[in-house]
Design a protein around this ligand. Structure first.
Ligand code: TNX
Length: 507
């Protein structure tokens, strides 16, 4: 089939799916109670008491301290267009008076017809309470008003690490795009953004002591069309933007493989002293740093030092995946020295699962993508684990064979398949104590712009966020898919270009 024919066929298929969508159910607006019962991620407990609604009118005011008030006011403006006043007698209240059981990220939310109150111990808890509140705000068209059903929510997260990874190396994404992604994932209560900053196809972060890395190594991306990089000032802006949303940026500089962009920028990083050509393909496993060279260790030290200085969070991710061009003994030595350098810079090393083969300990975090054996090795050495099973949560995997972008080496992942796996039992023998949480990576070989990002991330990411935030008890696809279907109009309103899976009845 030629390209034109296959595109035409796709167009027909999409048109057909649209017809099904319109014929099943129509688009009745959600009631306030339906919104209350459709929150994603599902709160630990929530109860719409049926007593009535709280109305957000044009005179609405909030009562909160500066930091918490800013998020609350912005949320109300975003949802309703109404800019709330701020005052002592505001009817929407955020207060750091939560009970101890809420921990650092939990919140209580109470709605009566007179007022709305979010209580927490820490600003992070208020922030997550605000994210829930946003989903509760409902338009009542017949009354011509914004409402919230009365009731209460009590909520604490299940896992500490709730993240997504964005690959800005294969295709570059602007500061504005990354901020948009931060907002999208924060609204589902994710608190880690792993940025894959370097790879064979591009180096995306300014390193002042090695300027060619970004200036030369940042010029390319997959398929051509130029690349880009973040200056340290821009990167710091992203770190601060994320921190304001209680999110930690986890920067990854992938080594010793996946390093062609660096090897093209500095000839003396290669064992033969010759520069590599810049690379715009998608094959992996051909590049490696040269262990014997002093310049390599100077480079690693400088990169980790500069990156540590501009990263407020505790983690540095050293990649370490698929180092097929590095000899095994070199790889083991490499990771060991990485770990020491990261630690010298007062950071915690995170590495892909392969790094478990080296000299790691309880101060290291391992990111699982397919090998239970590596996880068991990591745990036996004391490390903690982030779950990123490729065949369940790699967002760059296609939904099915007709998905217009994406890969499928690990699986086709339909929306239900990203949700119905069990994090608690995914790796036999891995205990809850050793599981830091879940991260859903979006690799960027086929992902060129925010429409592509949104199409692959939505609607799978909200479900994965739920696996990370919500308790596993009583979880079921049949229950979740109703909430997700009810979430459709919300994603439309936010202009999220999501995949309308036929396995969900969209409102
Ligand atoms: C595997 S799994 C990779 C990435 C690719 C991705 C594509 C792992 C740690 N690395 O280099 O981009 O597959 O799906």
């Amino acid at each position: 089939m030629n390209i034109l024919n296959s595109r035409t066929l796709l167009a027909v298929l999409f048109a057909a799916s649209g017809a099904v969508f319109l014929s099943c159910g129509g688009k009745k607006a959600l009631t306030a109670t339906e919104s209350f019962n459709s929150v994603i991620p599902k709160p630990q407990s929530s109860n719409a008491d049926g007593a009535g609604v709280f109305i957000i009118d044009n005179d609405i005011a909030i009562s909160a301290d500066e930091e918490n008030g800013a998020h609350l006011a912005a949320a109300i403006k975003e949802e309703t267009g109404i800019e709330p006043g701020v005052g002592e007698n505001g009817k929407i209240i955020a207060a750091l008076d939560g009970d101890a059981s809420l921990g650092t990220e939990g919140y209580d939310l109470t709605i009566t017809s007179d007022n709305v109150k979010i209580s927490a111990n820490q600003p992070a808890g208020i922030f997550y309470g605000v994210q829930t509140l946003k989903q509760l705000i409902t338009r009542n068209d017949s009354e011509n008003q914004w409402e919230i059903a009365t009731g209460s929510v009590h909520d604490v997260p299940y896992y500490e690490w709730r993240g997504s990874m964005l690959d800005v190396a294969r295709h570059f994404f602007s500061v504005e795009d990354v901020k948009k992604y931060i907002d999208l994932i924060a609204s589902y209560k994710m608190n880690r953004l792993h940025l894959s900053l370097t790879n064979d196809q591009g180096w995306r972060i300014e390193i002042k002591s090695w300027p060619n890395l970004a200036n030369h190594g940042g010029k390319t991306q997959v398929g051509g069309g130029g690349g880009g990089f973040y200056t340290q000032e821009q990167y710091k802006e992203l770190v601060a933007y994320a921190a304001d949303r209680h999110m930690i940026i986890v920067p990854e500089v992938d080594m010793p493989g996946h390093t062609n962009a660096a090897l093209a920028s500095y000839p003396n990083l290669n064992c033969d002293g010759k520069p590599r050509e810049l690379y715009e393909g998608i094959e992996v496993g051909f590049s490696t740093l040269c262990l014997e060279k002093d310049s390599t260790w100077l480079f690693v030290n400088d990169v980790i030092r500069e990156l540590s200085e501009i990263t407020s969070g505790p983690y540095i991710h050293v990649g370490g995946d698929e180092a097929a061009a590095t000899k095994k003994e070199d790889y083991i030595e490499f990771v060991k020295r990485f770990r020491e350098i990261v630690r010298k810079n007062n950071k915690v090393m995170v590495g892909w699962e392969e790094t478990a083969q080296s000299d790691i300990d309880s101060g290291v975090v391992i990111q699982y993508w397919h090998s239970a054996e590596h996880v068991n090795t990591a745990v036996s050495k004391g490390a903690k684990v982030i779950l990123s099973p490729a065949e369940k949560v790699y967002l760059d995997m296609q939904y099915d064979s007709t998905t217009r972008i994406g890969l499928h080496w690990a699986a086709y992942i339909e929306v239900d398949e990203a949700y119905t796996w069990k994090p608690e039992t995914k790796v036999p023998g891995l205990s809850r104590e050793k599981t830091l949480g879940i991260e859903t990576p979006l690799w960027g070989e086929t992902v060129k712009n925010m429409d592509d990002v949104e199409y692959l991330a939505f609607p799978r990411l909200p479900g994965i966020a739920e696996l990370a935030w919500s308790s596993p008890e009583g979880r079921s696809w049949d229950e979740y898919k109703v909430r997700l279907g009810n979430h459709g109009p919300r994603m439309e309103k936010k202009n999220i270009d999501f995949y309308r899976s036929k396995r969900v009845e969209w409102r």
